[in-house]
Design a protein around this ligand. Structure first.
Ligand code: NOJ
Length: 591
């Protein structure tokens, strides 16, 4: 996690309601914490409801004022993979995703507080909530419907997820607000010592750059030879896992539309699955599994048990799964409204897929497998109950810097206060060849120091070093930071923040007294200026600073960085300039 301990301190009010004419019952439960509110609806067993259908939810959030709001639209083609926009609430689109983040003060004057975020906690067997703007500054819960038009099929006893409001004076207070985890159930899996945070490399970025293919052919990335080279690199540099995409049959042709032909147990002939798994174990690392489903739950679900059992037998501890499909195109072949032999299509955020993700997490747990789900439903804190649900994508990650116009330097300083409020993210940081391939213009709009900062700024207990080994080779001095930085923390502090402009975060390692700092800014140069008072007052630290060189710039001199070492204490101030699109990464090694 981000912190070693979280205190659950709240008051609860439970209002029991009964409908006079038919005895139906419903409870409204409200929990109030210092930094947030949760409310949910319960349908108790004794209410005589039996099975029932929810067609709408009337929860409303009526905001005073017209706060500055950061949002992405809901029910768009690419799920959650959009750049965040900023508007007064009254000008936001009709339907937005949560977390939805708002500033009630004068944001431009640097006095944006109080900050509020709306989201939900513990989304289980229900439809995801989007927010529908029903007035100038009023929002209503919108439940993603099934193709039948029903939002939720339920049987009493049942309850809704928590509708959650986070509140803080500073933007950073939202980041270190753990109300959502408190609103989730405790660990349901018992001993989860097998669910290990760690760092991984992978046969991945090469596909996104177009150098390799997932499918078979002369450029197939997932070959035995290639994978051995990656295993050697992982072993030499202490990585816990090697992700290999394109190892299994089903990728040939347009894999994005071929969800029904993937096998999750059959390797391609040029990939020696058993031999490579054994080789990785011999070298002290592990393969990381990869299951791209192209959104086909009907193809994946019947294979899940066997596929997870196979991975467990091979010593694999984590699987990255993927659900590439348009957001309303997730096939379903059984259940309400489906005739024999028919396929209907569901939203990625509806109850059907919520149930699927849940089944996958529980099945993976039975085989001691952790998951890193791409194109997943947004998180709502379920990682507390299912600690093997390590991380997910569910946002616009680094891959967009390989094949689109890119994410823009303000993306990360916005993500921290929006998407990241929901959960850890497998953003896949650590691109060192920021120009991409030779025939490209600059695609990764940060400096190299800015890429290092992401390891601290964007929390993920599975953290990738996403670039190709050959791109790390010329910068082994900077690569040292990726080797050192942990993926699991004892403490987290947001030191400076302006949503969309900059963010500086310090975190303490869970397994040592070392602290790490990451600062990321947008296109405007600025100076990090923070007291080091978070450090232990009794110690001296050796600070290794990975900083932008004086002429670094995300548009031109991306790889211009300097590494500096100095002794510091908690009484010191850190004052370091950041380049346009730049960043700063610091390790404070306790002496
Ligand atoms: C989309 C994922 O986000 C990406 O990381 C992966 O490489 C492709 N799907 C293929 O599975």
């Amino acid at each position: 996690g981000e912190v070693a301990e979280i205190r659950d301190h709240h008051n609860e009010l439970r209002i029991r309601m009964e409908q006079a004419d038919n005895g139906r019952r419903m409870n409204l439960v409200v929990r109030v914490f210092d930094g947030g509110i949760g409310l949910r609806y319960e349908w108790p067993e004794e209410g005589d409801l039996g099975t029932f259908e929810i067609v709408d939810e009337l929860t409303e959030f009526r905001l005073t004022d017209n706060p500055t709001t950061w949002y992405i639209r809901s029910q768009e083609e690419n799920r959650y993979e959009y750049l965040y926009e900023r508007m007064p609430l009254s000008r936001t689109p009709p339907l937005t995703h949560t977390p939805l983040t708002m500033a009630f003060g004068n944001e431009d004057a640097g006095e944006g507080g109080p900050y509020v975020a709306l989201h939900e906690a513990a989304l289980v067997d229900y439809a995801a909530m989007s927010l529908e703007r029903i007035g100038r500054t009023a929002l209503k819960a919108h439940l993603t419907p099934w193709s039948t038009g029903v939002a939720v099929y339920a049987e009493a006893p049942h309850h809704s997820p928590w509708r959650m409001i986070l509140i803080g004076d500073e933007a950073g207070d939202l980041v270190t607000n753990y109300t959502m985890l408190n609103l989730n159930e405790p660990n349901a899996l018992g001993d989860v010592s097998w669910a290990e945070p760690g760092k991984y490399i992978g046969i991945w970025w090469g596909m996104h750059l177009g150098i390799w293919s997932w499918g078979q052919g002369p450029n197939h990335g997932a070959t035995t030879e290639n994978t051995r080279r990656y295993i050697d690199f992982a072993a030499e540099h202490g990585f816990d896992g090697v992700l290999v995409e394109g190892w299994n049959t089903g990728w040939d042709g347009d894999w994005t539309a071929n969800g029904d032909v993937f096998s999750f147990t059959e390797p391609y002939p040029d990939f020696d699955l058993d031999g490579l798994a054994a080789y990785a174990r011999e070298k002290g690392t592990r393969l990381m599994g990869h299951h791209e489903t192209s959104g086909s739950a009907p193809n994946y679900e019947p294979q899940m048990e066997d596929a997870y059992a196979l991975m467990n037998r091979l010593g694999v501890r984590a699987i990255k799964s993927g659900y590439v499909d348009w957001s309303m195109n997730y096939p379903r072949r059984h259940g309400p409204g489906v005739a024999e032999g028919e396929t209907v299509y569901e939203w990625n955020t509806g109850q059907f897929m919520v149930r699927h993700y849940q089944r996958s997490v529980e099945a993976a747990a039975r085989h001691q497998i952790s998951l890193n789900i791409h194109e997943a439903i947004k998180d709502t804190g379920l990682r507390r109950t299912y600690p093997n649900l390590m991380t997910r994508e569910s946002a616009r990650g680094q891959e967009y810097n390989a094949w689109s116009a890119g994410n823009g330097p303000d993306h990360v300083p916005t993500l921290v206060f929006t998407r990241m409020l929901a959960s850890p993210m497998d953003f896949t940081p650590g691109i060192f060849n920021l120009a991409g391939t030779a025939d490209r213009t600059i695609n990764v709009p940060t400096t190299l120091a800015g890429q290092l900062a992401l390891y601290v700024v964007l929390y993920s207990p599975l953290q990738m070093a996403a670039d190709l080994p050959e791109n790390y080779a010329p910068h082994m001095d900077a690569f040292q930071f990726i080797k050192d930085v942990p993926a699991d923390w004892a403490d987290t502090r947001v030191l400076e923040a302006k949503i969309g402009d900059y963010v500086t975060i310090a975190r303490r390692d869970r397994h040592s007294e070392d602290w790490y700092l990451g600062a990321k800014n947008d296109a405007s140069p600025r100076t990090v200026d923070v007291p080091l008072s978070f450090l232990d007052a009794d110690r001296t630290y050796t600070a290794t600073l990975y900083r932008d060189a004086a002429d670094a710039d995300y548009r031109t001199r991306t790889a211009a960085y300097e590494i500096e070492t100095r002794a510091v204490t908690s009484a010191d101030q850190l004052t370091i300039p950041l380049a346009p699109g730049g960043g700063l990464a610091v390790r404070f090694a306790a002496q």
